[in-house]
Design a protein around this ligand. Structure first.
Ligand code: ADP
Length: 142
């Protein structure tokens, strides 16, 4: 039914996404779909802020995110389905949608928000993806 499932992961709150990860993996198994696990290293948002960081910090942050993402995906998903690991850099929701469009992903699966923000029905990135993505989006609530 779906061939390419995009699972965006916030590595700084990985425990809170367990149900979304399990759901995406189960759907990928059921439909023989490829699973694309993407984490975005957020932009600092200001060149003034960035000027206080060492010049190669973005490169190092992306390399470290790539290692962490692979370890996380190996542990949380297992090796029985094809998984693409992707690290990108920029504005989180834009990168999620850009990657989905660029690679022809046909379903995005993501957790709704962190549990401590339970008064909100959707976190800021989930809300923007639901509103603007060209793909179907499955928002997984705990
Ligand atoms: P909250 O602010 O409560 O964490 P978000 O909308 O940012 O709400 O998070 C919901 C989902 O957005 C996460 O489960 C994840 O799928 C996605 N997301 C958030 N941050 C990132 C990130 N840095 N990289 C990839 N996906 C992310």
């Amino acid at each position: 039914m779906y061939n390419d499932i995009l699972l965006p992961i916030d590595l700084t709150h990985r425990d809170t996404q367990a149900k979304a990860v399990a759901t995406a993996a189960e759907l990928a198994r059921k439909w023989n779909a490829r699973l694309h696990v993407l984490t975005v290293v957020p932009d600092l948002g200001s060149s003034l802020v960035a000027s206080y960081f060492p010049p190669d910090f973005e490169k190092k942050a992306m390399a470290s995110a790539a290692d962490e993402l692979r370890t996380f995906a190996d542990q949380a998903i297992g090796g029985d389905i094809p998984v693409q690991h992707i690290v990108s850099h920029g504005t989180i929701y834009s990168e999620i949608m850009r990657y989905a469009d660029k690679t022809g992903c046909d379903l995005i699966v993501m957790a709704s928000h962190r549990p401590e923000l339970k008064d909100y029905l959707l976190g800021p990135n989930a809300a923007r993806v639901v509103r603007h993505a060209n793909q179907s989006v499955l928002v997984v609530r705990d």
